[in-house]
Design a protein around this ligand. Structure first.
Ligand SMILES: Cc1cc2nc3c(=O)[nH]c(=O)nc-3n(C[C@H](O)[C@H](O)[C@H](O)COP(=O)(O)O)c2cc1C
Length: 403
């Protein structure tokens, strides 16, 4: 339910802090990566070591700590997260968040974050009912934060009422719900991902550095958007995403054939794969031997079919999205590709930048239509995928006259 989602779990000082340890495990069970930030008060209830062992990452507790700041600075940590969940959230933390304080690491992260912030409060029922706490809750809701719970029941202090931390399984479900949009329900999305391999002989091939991460993230985002997803992938080291029809292929020709077979049923085709433009003109049946006395070798290459162009110009013409991985003149080349291939949309990214290119976990893209360009800031490939799916859903609705 949370494939590759990056969740920053903020733990504050309350009796329910021990339940956050279980929450780390349950979020991980759903495929999320979890990093934990604790307030100083939280460390009085549970040790950072517990969370470090469970999350397998160092636990961040201090804002003004030169050591942790050099490992992953607070701004970087805020940007890393696809979602911040504060569980349990103390009454005091709600007050600090509502007043916009930034006097510890967790409040500063919330101020710096651009992702969604979800709050699971836990406190004595009288503290929760207090006008000040309710006013803080309302203010935070008005500012776009979401609340998970609290629920009613018997409390650690022996009193009964509203204030208990929502059940851990329910918190996980609510987290997943934030990513599950239903934007593409009823649609069939076909995605190509990864590199292709163009064989020279039985042991050698020509390929590229595509990791498949962005394409797989798009497949996951499309599943969360309620689509039926076919992922046609060249060879990668990634596990096939859950709930997709996974079609492994090797060469550009294999990928072309697999995509063409889906055209009758595809509503949307997203070509993320780094397809080889050319393949060796001949495939040697035997391993090509090194020939003595020759210090160079000439390979003849012939053009592969242009998959995304063929899709965009097919009779059926599904909503067609291309990707442009460029090293120079990004917008110019991508826009040219969009028009030349008759695509509905193209996503451009600069693969010369190692922080966001082929094998990295982050991406920074420009989404281009004939009439508009939208720059997406650097963020996880998972978050980038979610945004791209939103754009596709919007444009698809406009195209079919529903928006
Ligand atoms: C034993 C004990 C249990 C507490 N439990 C809670 C609690 O469940 N909820 C809460 O809002 N505050 C609780 N508090 C008060 C908070 O720990 C206190 O307000 C603290 O300043 C919160 O700091 P933080 O928000 O930075 O984590 C408790 C305090 C003690 C001593």
């Amino acid at each position: 339910m949370l494939p590759n989602k990056r969740i920053l779990l903020g733990v504050t000082g309350g009796i329910a802090a021990y339940k956050a340890a279980e929450l780390v495990r349950r979020l991980q069970d759903q495929g999320a990566q979890v990093r934990v930030v604790m307030t100083r008060a939280a460390t009085e209830f549970v040790t950072p070591l517990t969370f470090q062992a469970l999350s397998t990452y160092p636990v961040h507790t201090d804002l003004l700590n030169t050591e942790t700041e050099t490992v992953m600075g607070h701004i970087e940590l805020a940007r890393w997260a696809d979602l911040i969940v504060i569980a349990p959230a103390s009454a005091d933390f709600l007050a600090r968040l509502a007043t916009g304080r930034g006097d510890d690491l967790l409040t500063t992260l919330c101020l710096a974050a651009e992702c969604k912030i979800a709050i699971a409060p836990a406190m004595n029922q009288a503290m929760w009912a207090k006008a000040a706490t309710q006013a803080n809750r309302q203010l935070l809701l008005d500012r776009g934060m979401v609340f998970f719970g609290p629920e009613e029941g018997l409390q650690a202090c022996g009193e009964t009422g509203a204030g208990r931390l929502l059940d851990v399984a329910a918190i996980v479900e609510h987290c997943a719900g934030l990513f599950t949009t239903g934007l593409l329900s009823g649609k069939h999305v076909v995605i190509t991902a990864g590199p292709t391999r163009e064989a020279l002989d039985p042991v050698r091939y020509i390929s590229n550095h595509s990791s498949g991460k962005q394409g797989y993230a798009l497949a996951e985002a499309a599943v969360l958007a309620g689509a039926t997803v076919t992922l046609i992938s060249g060879p990668t080291n990634l596990p096939p995403p859950d709930r997709t029809n996974f079609v492994p292929v090797v060469s550009a020709q294999d990928m072309y054939d697999a995509v063409m077979q889906t055209l009758d049923i595809a509503d949307i085709v997203i070509g993320v794969a780094a397809v080889a433009d050319y393949r060796p003109a001949t495939l040697s049946e035997q391993k090509i031997k090194k020939s003595d006395g020759h210090n160079s070798m000439v390979l003849e290459l012939i053009e592969n079919p242009d998959i995304i162009k063929a899709v965009a110009n097919s009779k059926h013409h599904p909503f067609t999205v291309g990707f442009a991985a460029e090293t120079t003149n990004l917008l110019e080349y991508a826009t040219k590709k969009l028009k030349q291939k008759n695509l509905d949309m193209i996503v451009a990214n600069d693969v010369a930048n190692h922080a966001i290119g082929f094998d990295s976990d982050d991406n920074e893209t420009a989404v281009i239509w004939v009439d508009h360009v939208e720059q997406l800031p650097r963020m996880s490939k998972s978050n980038t995928a979610g945004r791209i799916i939103e754009f596709i859903a919007q444009r698809l609705a406009q195209k079919s006259g529903c928006a």
